[in-house]
Every structure is written in structure tokens, then in C-alpha cells.
Write a protein that binds this ligand. Structure first.
Ligand code: SAM
Length: 235
């Protein structure tokens, strides 16, 4: 099994000891015997590991009773596509800069950072629905925190994973690829960014932002200015 999977016997023993991949039987000679299901589990653990997940996160992923082998394959596929798209976009950006430099042209800072910031999700967003579904425990906490707010602004909304269905939500999302993947019937979505919210003061009861603040520009002033900017549109 170690040879087939390209890992050491010690790694397999470790996964057994920490209960990540427990072979379901032993041979008469005491060797670990891996069933087809065990092999499937080992493949999942090793694939998530190569994608950079820690063993604790992997325990949660493979221990999820609602995810069968097909769900894991779909998720792994999506994560790999996301990595590939990110690498392709970075390579294309580097090629453009090398080309510009070879022609003696100086590349503007905005252009250098484009693929790391503003246009990132146009490059990698295609795999998003396969990899980032709503996590019910997180959703419950967010919806609870919204209190009795009726009108909600969701900034950096993506495909709308955490938008509550029982409130009047307005989404803001700068990436056309992400906007294009919002499910039919989801909240109206405005093409804009957190740095320039196109709303009057006091337009919403509350504003939310999930897994997006790290993308927002201007790291020095970002908390003050952007929370100030969110504050501007919230009652
Ligand atoms: C990790 S996704 C999160 C999407 C969604 N909030 C969710 O929880 O599924 C980050 C999102 O932030 C968006 N984003 C990036 N820069 C942004 C900015 N300056 N203002 C608003 N949204 C931004 C991206 O386009 C992307 O859709």
C-alpha cells in the first residue's frame, strides 16, 4: 500500500495511530490489510494533504457523514481546478510583465498586483461553487448575529453562500465570474467593490462580509475606512 500510494510505511502507521486511515483488517501474519473502502479513504486523506490541508482539517473533511466518495471527488476536483486557475492567471500575468519589461516598459503597480487582488476571482472563481458550499454551523452564527435586521447588505457576496433567505438582501460583488454563478432567484447583486459602495447613507439595517475582507485594498487604513464605509450605509 505504501509503495502504491508513494508514501512511507511509517506514514501509514501514523495515519492508523491517529485514526485518519484505519485498515479494517489484519492478515494472519499481523499485517495491515486495506479494503477498497480503506483505499478510498487513504486517497482522500493524501489528496487533501497535497492540497495543503492539515491533518486536523482533514479529519473534519473526511469525517463529514454527509459527504460520500463522489462528494469528495467533486470537492477535490474543484480545489485542484482553483489551484490550476490561480497558477495559470499568475503565469499569464508574469508573462505579460516579462514581455513589457523586455520592451523597456515599466509595469504600473496596479497591473503588477492585478492577479493577486482585484481580478483574482475572475481567474479562480469558476471552481467556487464546487469547493465552497454553505457550512451550516457558520451560517447559523451569522444569521443569529444579524438580529432583527430586515435589510442586509452583503459585501464581497460571491455566490451568496451565507445570505439569509428570510431578509431583504442586497449583494455587492466585483467579480463578473462570481456574479454569474449566483443561483437563480438569489438576492439582487450590484457590481461594485467594498471601497466604493454605491449606496446612500443609512440604506441598510446591517452589513455583512464573509471571507472577503482580506481581499479589500488599502491594508493600512482598511479596517477604519472600510468599516467606516460599511457604517455609512448602515442605520
Ligand atoms: C472567498 S470569496 C467569499 C465569497 C462569499 N462571501 C462567501 O462567503 O462565500 C471572496 C469574495 O470577495 C470578493 N472581493 C474581492 N475583492 C473585493 C473588494 N475589494 N470588495 C468586495 N468584494 C471583494 C471576491 O470577488 C470574492 O467573491
Amino acid at each position: 500500500m505504501a509503495e502504491l500510494a508513494g508514501v512511507s510505511v511509517r506514514t501509514l502507521h501514523h495515519y492508523d495511530a491517529i485514526r485518519r486511515v484505519r485498515p479494517s483488517a489484519r492478515t494472519a501474519g499481523g499485517y495491515r490489510a486495506y479494503s477498497a473502502d480503506d483505499v478510498e479513504r487513504l486517497r482522500e486523506v493524501l489528496a487533501y494533504r497535497r492540497l495543503g490541508f492539515g491533518l486536523r482539517e482533514i479529519a473534519e473533511l473526511v469525517g463529514d457523514p454527509s459527504a460520500d466518495a463522489v462528494a469528495h471527488l467533486r470537492r477535490l476536483r474543484g480545489l485542484l481546478l482553483e489551484q490550476r486557475d490561480r497558477a495559470d492567471a499568475m503565469v499569464a500575468s508574469i508573462d505579460r510583465e516579462l514581455d513589457a519589461r523586455a520592451k523597456g516598459r515599466k509595469v504600473a503597480p496596479e497591473e503588477q498586483l492585478e492577479m493577486l487582488g482585484a481580478r483574482l476571482y475572475d481567474a479562480i472563481g469558476g471552481a467556487y461553487p464546487a469547493t465552497r458550499c454553505t457550512e451550516p454551523r457558520i451560517a447559523a452564527q451569522i444569521w443569529d448575529a444579524l438580529g432583527d435586521a430586515r435589510t442586509v447588505l452583503n459585501v464581497g457576496a460571491g455566490t451568496g453562500s451565507y445570505e439569509p433567505a428570510d431578509r431583504d438582501v442586497t449583494a455587492v460583488e466585483p467579480s463578473a465570474v462570481m456574479r454569474g454563478q449566483r443561483p437563480a432567484g438569489s438576492a439582487p447583486c450590484v457590481a461594485a467593490a467594498a471601497e466604493s459602495l454605491p449606496f446612500e447613507d443609512c440604506s441598510f439595517d446591517v452589513a455583512m462580509a464573509v471571507s472577503t475582507v482580506h481581499h479589500w485594498r488599502d491594508p493600512l487604513g482598511r479596517f477604519f475606512r472600510i468599516i467606516g464605509s460599511l457604517d455609512r450605509v448602515c442605520r
